[in-house]
Unconditional design. Structure first.
Length: 148
């Protein structure tokens, strides 16, 4: 599932902004996040607040990154390095990664439902979320809990 799907499932405050400002952007590889960054001035107050909170939480890992993975490239390489050093990272950074993991688990909770109930729906622009909402009564208990 893409970041956009993750935003949809979690009812992320930037969802409407992504729909409006990044409608033509193909999800994946950070393209939606980059688009939102390009349109920072046009974002809703809620989205700006969420992004600021995320950046603040991510800052908790900067010292760990500099110390443990100074030469690792952003993305998979950096993530792998941080996993290798998971016993050495700070409590704050562990908390940040825990939040990211929880968000991914929320996406996983609805993946099977989306594949079963919305397999004919083209991803993007909130269509998967709309489909899941239309099938609210048919959702698994785990996915229904994530959709609240």
């Amino acid at each position: 599932m893409t970041l956009l799907i993750a935003l949809l499932i979690a009812a992320h405050p930037c969802l409407q902004d992504a729909r409006k400002l990044c409608a033509g952007v193909k999800p994946g590889q950070g393209r939606i996040a980059a688009c939102l960054k390009e349109h920072e001035a046009d974002l809703s107050a809620e989205c700006k607040e969420e992004r600021a909170e995320f950046r603040e939480e991510a800052e908790s890992c900067q010292a760990d990154l500099a110390k443990l993975c100074p030469n690792a490239k952003a993305g998979k390489e950096r993530a792998a390095c941080m996993r290798e050093h998971r016993n050495e990272i700070s409590a704050e950074c562990k908390e940040f990664f825990s939040r990211i993991r929880e968000n991914r688990e929320g996406v996983r909770a609805c993946r099977a439902d989306a594949e079963k109930l919305c397999k004919e729906v083209k991803p993007g622009e909130g269509r998967i979320l709309d489909c899941l909402k239309e099938h609210q009564a048919d959702l698994s208990p785990q996915c229904a809990a994530e959709m609240k």
